[in-house]
Design a protein around this ligand. Structure first.
Ligand code: RP5
Length: 161
């Protein structure tokens, strides 16, 4: 079965963060899969996932990892499918380690790096939706409606409750 978005992460422990991306994709009706693919613990799995990504029809890969977070960059080196990187928040260094591991890619192999943690994962889902909407007008309308609903939910005045 072809899916549009691959969500990959370095560990089971990343899922609490990365499921925020999956939730957005679910809300917008975008097909996706989630896999644990570690740059360090399962390098052959990473290699195989990247090597087969184009042929399998993946259009965007969202890659989240924490600490020495090499997964997004390594995936970008292995496939031309656009990679969105999510720095997972860590206990030792609050995710700054993850962010720095992901964001400074050398020229030639870009990773679109999101914010640290859950907001970054949710935004990765929205970024993937925006990319896919370029060639899917119906999805574009769903994304516009999602954005309008968020705007409408913001009160004009603060409350004490
Ligand atoms: C990274 O190491 C993973 O992406 C995860 O964020 C971090 C810690 O992994 P666990 O020790 O919780 O499996 O590879």
């Amino acid at each position: 079965m072809t899916v549009d978005v691959g969500i990959i992460m370095g560990s089971q422990s990343d899922w609490a963060t990365m499921k925020e991306a999956a939730a957005i994709l679910d809300e917008l009706g975008i097909s996706h899969e989630a896999r644990i693919v570690s740059a360090h613990r399962t390098p052959d799995r990473l290699w195989n996932y990247g090597k087969t990504a184009v042929g399998r029809g993946l259009k965007v890969i969202i890659a989240g990892a924490g600490g020495a977070a090499h997964l997004p960059g390594m995936m970008a080196s292995k496939t031309r499918v656009p990679v969105i990187g999510v720095p997972v928040q860590t206990r030792a260094l609050s995710g700054v380690d993850s962010l720095y591991s992901i964001v400074q890619m050398p020229k030639g192999f870009p990773v679109a790096t999101m914010a640290i943690g859950s907001a970054g994962a949710a935004n990765a889902g929205l970024m993937a939706a925006g990319i896919l909407a370029l060639s899917d007008p119906a999805l574009g309308q769903r994304l516009d409606a999602w954005r309008a609903a968020l705007s409408a939910s913001i009160p004009e005045e603060p409350s004490d409750d």
